[in-house]
Design a protein around this ligand. Structure first.
Ligand code: TLP
Length: 345
């Protein structure tokens, strides 16, 4: 049976060019700072995001945790959206491991957090309060329909943070999707932040890894935090080599994933029994709701899986589909056929 896996862009496998680069990679001991391929990847990441330096880490979750540990001390407060990945999907690592106090503020449906709400959440100096150290923004915003957050908002948040002496971290797991959708240089989005993390193993299709980018002094601190988390790795050039291919060859094709996602969303919008907010579909993530009576999301997801179409039920009435490198327009047409058939029963 044909399989169309739309559970996540994390399911992407390395391209033939990545496998070749991995086989030929020059390596060294990266804990001694001696892996030339890792260094090249870090330099490339710093250059693309407009930061002084960068650090290769195992995953997006580790990248976010390393940044929280580097920005904050135990008991410090971090302001973040109530729909953010750090708050929702990272097992509460902020409090369990970093000792950071999370202060959530509601996200708007497009992933932004109203600037006034952030300002209200910043603590005044008072012995009763924790110290606000960090504002976290997510771009694109996964749970908010993969929304790209535009440069003017990022700038406003940066200005606010500066006014209050607070740092800004961007969870930019899919920051290159945001830049592609907004048709801006990624630096326009990362400029106002003190740190940004992004993933190689999502839409960019590398098998492993994320980058943390920031100033030289920030990265000096981040190297120590990665080590204490057990993330100091040795001959990581073999995986960094795939990351270099991801950054040079895969960024330019993300718009194809966005076009396929749009095709899927428009198709679903024409199927009675499904509800889609087309205004929010701008990158490779689609959220939609089955509204047919007696059709909970998990039941529909299981019926789709029986037909080779894989998606995730993320709530009783919410399903997520994510397009990526292995999805072609005819896969989308196949999914639309299956969905039409299931909902006309
Ligand atoms: N997101 C995954 C799941 O964890 C939900 C997905 O399938 O979308 N930040 C953002 C915005 C993310 O979407 C993710 C992964 C991460 C961080 C964590 O990255 P990893 O999985 O590499 O730890």
């Amino acid at each position: 049976m044909r399989t169309v896996d739309l559970r996540s862009d994390t399911v992407t496998s390395p391209t033939p060019e990545m496998r070749k680069a991995m086989a030929e990679a020059e390596t060294g001991d990266d804990v001694f700072g001696e892996d030339p391929t890792v260094r090249r990847l870090e330099e490339k990441a710093a250059e693309l995001t407009g930061k002084e330096n960068a650090l290769f880490v195992a995953s997006g979750t580790m990248a976010n945790l390393v940044c929280q540990l580097t920005h904050c001390g135990r008991g410090d407060e971090m302001i973040l959206g109530d729909q953010s990945h750090i708050f929702y999907y990272e097992q509460g690592g902020s409090s369990a491991l970093a000792g950071v106090h999370p202060r959530t503020v509601p996200n708007l449906p497009d992933g932004r957090i109203p600037i006034e709400s952030i300002e209200l959440a910043i603590r005044p100096k008072d012995i009763h309060f924790p110290k606000t150290r960090l504002i976290v923004l997510e771009n694109t915003h996964n749970r908010c329909s993969g929304s790209p957050i535009p440069p003017d908002y990022m700038e406003k948040a940066g200005t606010l943070a500066q006014k209050h002496g607070v740092s800004v971290h961007i969870d930019g797991a899919r920051i290159f999707n945001a830049a592609a959708a907004l048709e801006v240089d990624v630096k326009k989005l990362t400029g106002p932040a003190d740190s940004v993390s992004f993933c190689l193993s999502k839409g960019l299709a590398a098998p492993v890894g994320s980058l943390v980018c920031g100033s030289d002094s920030f990265i000096e601190g981040a190297v120590r935090q990665r080590k204490i988390l057990g993330g100091g790795m040795r001959q990581t050039g073999v995986i960094a080599a795939a990351g270099l291919v991801a950054l040079t060859e895969m960024v330019g094709r993300l718009a194809d994933d966005h076009a396929n996602c749009r095709r899927l969303a428009e198709g679903f919008a024409n199927i009675p029994g499904l509800s889609v907010n087309l205004d929010l579909v701008k990158t490779n993530i689609l959220f939609f709701d089955p509204i047919k009576e007696n059709l909970p999301a998990d039941v529909l997801v299981n019926a789709l899986a029986d037909n080779g179409v894989r998606m995730l039920a993320l709530g009783p009435k919410t399903i997520r589909a994510v397009t990526h490198y292995h999805i072609q327009p005819d896969d989308i047409d196949y999914v639309l056929n299956v969905m039409n058939r299931l909902l006309s029963k």
